[in-house]
Design a protein around this ligand. Sequence first.
Ligand SMILES: Nc1ncnc2c1ncn2[C@@H]1O[C@H](COP(=O)(O)OP(=O)(O)OP(=O)(O)O)[C@@H](O)[C@H]1O
Length: 402
Amino acid sequence: MEFPPASSHRAPTTVRRNPPRRAKQTPLAAAPDPSSLSSAVDGITPFPLDEILQPDPPQIPPPVPKSPEPQSADSSENLKNKNKSSCLAVNDSHSVTLSAQPSLLDLKRTKSEVYDGFSFVFPQDSLQQEVYDKVMNPLVLDFMGGKNALLVAMGPTGSGKTHTMFGCPRDPGMLPLALRQIFSHATGSGDPYSSSSYYLSMFEIYSERGKGERILDLSPNGIDLSLQQSTIKGHQEVMISNLAEAESLVTCGMLKRATAATNSNYQSSRSQCIINIRAARKSVDDEQHFPPNNAVLTIADLAGAERERKTGNQGARLLESNFINNTSMVFGLCLRSLLEHQKNPKKPLHKHFKNSLLTRYLKYYLEGKKHMTLILNLFRGREDYADTSFLLRQASPYMKIK
Ligand SMILES: Nc1ncnc2c1ncn2[C@@H]1O[C@H](COP(=O)(O)OP(=O)(O)OP(=O)(O)O)[C@@H](O)[C@H]1O
């Protein structure tokens, strides 16, 4: 979902639905397949996030190759059964229908709501590259053209936000694909981009045992940071000269990021993670057509809202949940207020952003002063109806009851 600056007229939105949730995973599982760790894409340095994100990965069925389904006699029957077990259906590339389970008293009536106006809706078998081409590529081009850009992933815990943003070597996500694009331009001879220097910084916002929010630099030797107005103070910016350096830094940062096993996700993010890539373009000579600037590409992987009943969280995990849920709620309120304001400028923008560090940091985006794109990761199982409905209401530009 795109939230253009107030001055722009770009159409809103993006939804990415996730694959059906797998059965509860166990942290005790087989060792990673070494062949998967060494797999590289076309001579590009492998991005070892598999090792980081899945130190003890559960047995995961191999991804189903994307191929047209054979038209068998029972395929329409299968489809019907599938639809019965899911609450969300893709209508077209811009809208979805959410259906509540018919009530026991009135089995004939199924309440349906159509959520419309998304920039793109991706079916569950979409490839990362497809999402990248539609969602991330325009942001990277903006960034390389000197504009700031922000991509945020939001959705419930375990819905695939980290997977979408970071991916794995066989299936790289938005960040590694963006880095590849940036450095493939940067090394092009005679290319204006080759006169840019790139800097990477990475930090997380988290709350340890409910003791208030903290910001931690995820760079090597990173320390506690502070936020003044909407600016982070004291963080390290590391110059990145090539893809390998950038990937290595992100890998180190991800190793430091707070994660923990819950019943919903055996490696659940416990913090809001933000990565900034800054381009400092040098003005080479008077002929230079591109003025010096400091465009920043920001990627935010939010910790997913979670229900105590599902995660089984207790103690420290539960206190973290409260922080995560509070931040998700504040972020959602900011989004809703921005959407309402963009639809009808007479509606005031509420100052919800003041209520969490994350939203204070993203204030200018949440006030519509800078361009933001949102990826909404959703579950579609019947049992996920309440969460999915809540998120769609927060993030959808238009909704009508059928
Ligand atoms: N599209 C996908 N293809 C393959 N695996 C996926 C996909 N989406 C998610 N997964 C897997 O599902 C699990 C949960 O995903 P992930 O950790 O990305 O969720 P999350 O939304 O970031 O959760 P949390 O908010 O708890 O951090 C991971 O093991 C991930 O590899």
